[in-house]
Design a protein around this ligand. Structure first.
Ligand code: PMV
Length: 315
């Protein structure tokens, strides 16, 4: 059986994280210069049905049947086998590599799931539709996020900028002109399930305040959708700043994220905010293309452990 390889990009949330879990819309775009990759090979000399998993970056070298029932890789593989109605696979190995920083709001868990699901289904001779891949990755995301909105698996599977609302059909975001973002990593890992659960606790304690915050964020997202479509960078920047202020009010920012946001703004970024679950992880700054290197340097000076320059363009 020939080997099969699949990849999936990282992602950033431009606006709307957390509120999206409560039914508000959000905007997310792929970050294609970081990727997860899964390669499935037939393994000779092994018993049929043995699936060998190798992920050197997380020191994983194990067989499928020895993984804990809640292990995300186990769930991704089980999802594919279930979907295809296959109980015994040919002996094979799945090698996973990723350049997406983990637990940092860049969609690493969703990208790994999508790459594994695609590569295994392809290897078994039954490539799955994007809708199906996304739905299977969503099931795995429940382990990472608790109550995920589905935005990560969607943007990573479709590899397109999206306007996402969990109760509506997917809309591809229309982009009026290129936009440049600098992504800055605090280097502080943060599990999305943790921040999503803490927002839920606060929401239950202060329902009205949180509903107001979520709907204010939802309005920013609608305005940002127009700004992106019309190519209005200044407007988009201001909306990102406002979104960060609401995320701070929700208690999901930390001082290092605020410091990086501040540093980007001082260096001339049009807007900046945390991106993803918060509590650590990454922030993003909207910049004009000629400012990108300068903002990246100022983020590094302010303590970012890694920066990535990323663009979105009209398709
Ligand atoms: O995976 P992260 O950290 O980018 O978070 C995803 C965005 C959240 O809104 C916080 C959670 C969700 O499922 O939508």
């Amino acid at each position: 059986m020939p080997a099969f390889t699949a990849t999936a990009p990282g992602k950033i949330i431009l606006l709307g994280e957390h509120a999206v879990v409560y039914g508000q819309p959000a905007l997310a775009v792929p970050v294609r210069n970081v990727r997860a990759r899964a390669i499935v090979h037939a393994e000779t000399g092994q018993k049929a049905a043995t699936i060998h998993l190798l992920a050197p970056e997380i020191d994983l070298d194990a067989t499928y049947d020895t993984l804990e029932p809640e292990n995300p890789l186990r769930l991704a593989i089980a999802g594919v086998l279930n979907e295809l109605g296959i109980s015994r696979t040919p002996a094979c190995s799945i090698r996973i590599q990723s350049t997406i920083p983990m637990a940092s709001g860049l969609g690493s868990s969703a990208a790994v799931s999508v790459a594994v699901i695609r590569a295994l289904a392809g290897f078994l001779g039954h490539p799955l539709s994007r809708e199906k891949v996304s739905a299977l990755a969503f099931e795995v995301e429940k382990i990472h996020h608790g109550t995920p909105s589905g935005i990560d698996n969607t943007v990573v599977t479709f590899d397109k900028p999206v306007f996402f609302s969990k109760d509506d059909d997917l809309q591809i975001l229309s982009i009026g002109k290129p936009f440049t973002f600098v992504i800055g990593d605090t280097g502080i890992p943060s599990a999305t399930a943790h921040t999503v659960a803490s927002v839920r606790r606060d929401y239950q304690a202060e329902q009205q305040r949180y509903e107001d915050l979520f709907s204010s964020i939802g309005s920013l997202v609608l305005k940002a959708q127009d700004a992106i479509q019309e190519g209005k960078s200044e407007v988009l920047g201001l909306l990102m700043d406002e979104n960060h202020a609401f995320l701070k009010e929700m208690g999901v920012s930390i001082s290092k994220l605020d410091q990086l946001v501040e540093a980007a703004k001082k260096t001339g970024a049009l807007g900046a905010k945390l991106s993803g679950g918060g509590g650590g992880g990454n922030m993003i700054a909207l910049v004009s293309p000629d400012q990108a290197d300068m903002v990246a340097k100022s983020l590094e000076k302010a303590g970012a452990v890694k920066t990535i320059i990323s663009h979105i363009e009209p398709s």
